[in-house]
Design a binder for this molecule. Structure first.
Ligand code: FMN
Ligand code: FES
Length: 354
């Protein structure tokens, strides 16, 4: 169903929020790669089956405003070594190393009788940590970019919208010029997270300053550093935040096409991003005249084959263009001549969520 303009988006947000509030419990099963490898999808299916059997499953279609228990498949909670994880809200219980055999007890004890199951909780000696937030690992974390990871259904655009998703885009389209957006990002001191730390707003305003019939926004999700999974966590757990950030970058720079370059070894990230792009297109948050404005922008996914060097901007762009992924000698900077020799913003995944 198309969202025609910004006021409709705001109405939808209120509707989805009200529907979410009616879910008197939320069961958030970690659907990040680590927990999936440990069997979390089987846990999710079994919990869902049992909740459905009891007739207390809230519809995933938030517009129906059903009361009941919401079942969600989230992105990584960050505590992979203790996965598969299941979080129960509103209590904030976190169950660790959950198996299919534990599901019946979780449904009976926690979802029906409102009782915590201590044997599944984090312990230190005799001390049992009842809530996720009280666990030392989480206690001192202040999540900004990862705010939604582990808290919302990573496969639902409705949930993203209910949590203020696409509101930053609405604000820039409604209230700001592209120059003002660049200025705001410069003022925020946001620096690129891909390693070089280049000021993001400065890069955007440079792309804006070069007139061209075509400009691009490229999201660098190659994440070549061994053992690093921060980009993957965002792409799997909050894909719409990347899409929204790229769309804001497009508005700020005058770009009309975007690419997310993601390594093929991240199949779950590819799946979630693909679904999120399709959902965003279906409601008019990508494509022609986004939210009834003059902004037209669409995103494609380009999969890398896992070469470390393809994380470097010019090699990455050669790879998107179908060439061998090798760094190019640059006579001009990417902001002036990037993808297909057109002005291009390239930002790391972590730089983009706004
Ligand atoms: C050998 C090499 C590998 C790189 N790998 C990555 C990478 O995996 N991810 C990334 O975002 N940037 C990587 N970069 C940096 C990119 O070239 C580019 O500066 C960055 O994507 C820009 O985004 P940012 O301004 O948001 O940091 C690499 C650079 C070099 C020289
Ligand atoms: S994948 Fe589940 S906590 Fe990281």
């Amino acid at each position: 169903m198309l969202i025609h303009n910004i006021s409709e988006l705001k109405e939808k947000k209120e509707l989805y929020k009200a529907s979410l509030d009616k879910q008197y419990k939320k069961v958030i099963v970690c659907g990040g790669t680590g927990c999936v490898a440990g069997g979390s999808l089987n846990v999710y299916e079994e919990l869902k089956r049992l909740v459905e059997e009891k007739g207390i499953l809230a519809e995933v279609d938030l517009e129906k405003e059903d009361q009941g228990i919401g079942m969600k498949k989230s992105g990584c909670h960050g505590f992979c070594e203790r996965g598969p994880l299941v979080r129960i809200e509103p209590e904030g219980y976190l169950y660790l190393k959950v198996k299919v055999e534990d599901c019946e007890e979780i449904v009976e004890e926690t979802l029906v009788n409102n009782k915590p199951i201590e044997r599944l909780m984090y312990k230190d000696g005799d001390k049992v940590y009842q809530t996720q937030e009280s666990i030392p690992f989480y206690k001192r974390q202040n999540r900004i970019v990862l705010e939604h990871c582990g808290h919302i259904d990573a496969e639902s655009i409705q949930e993203y919208i209910a949590h203020d998703g696409y509101m930053a885009l609405a604000k820039v389209l409604e209230e700001m010029t592209p120059e003002e957006v660049c200025e705001e990002v410069i003022k925020s001191n946001l620096r690129g997270r891909g390693g070089g730390g280049y000021p993001a707003g400065k890069k955007w305003s440079q792309v804006l300053s070069f007139p061209s019939d075509m400009k691009y926004v490229v999201c660098n999700g190659d994440e070549g550093d061994p053992g690093a999974f921060m980009d993957r966590s965002i792409m799997e757990g909050d894909p719409h935040s990347v899409i929204e950030g790229m769309t804001i970058a497009a508005y700020a720079t005058g770009a009309s096409e975007g690419y997310i370059y993601v390594r093929a070894e991240y199949p779950l990230a590819v799946k979630r991003l693909t679904k999120a792009i399709e959902e965003a297109r279906a409601v008019g948050l990508l494509g022609k005249n986004i939210l009834g404005t003059d902004l037209s922008f669409d995103i494609h996914i380009s999969q890398g084959a896992g070469a470390f060097v393809c994380g470097e901007g010019s090699a990455l762009m050669a790879s998107i263009e179908g060439e061998r992924g090798m760094p190019r000698v640059k006579t001009k900077r990417t902001v002036e001549e990037g993808l297909w020799r057109k002005p291009t913003v390239i930002n790391n995944v972590e730089t983009l969520p706004m």
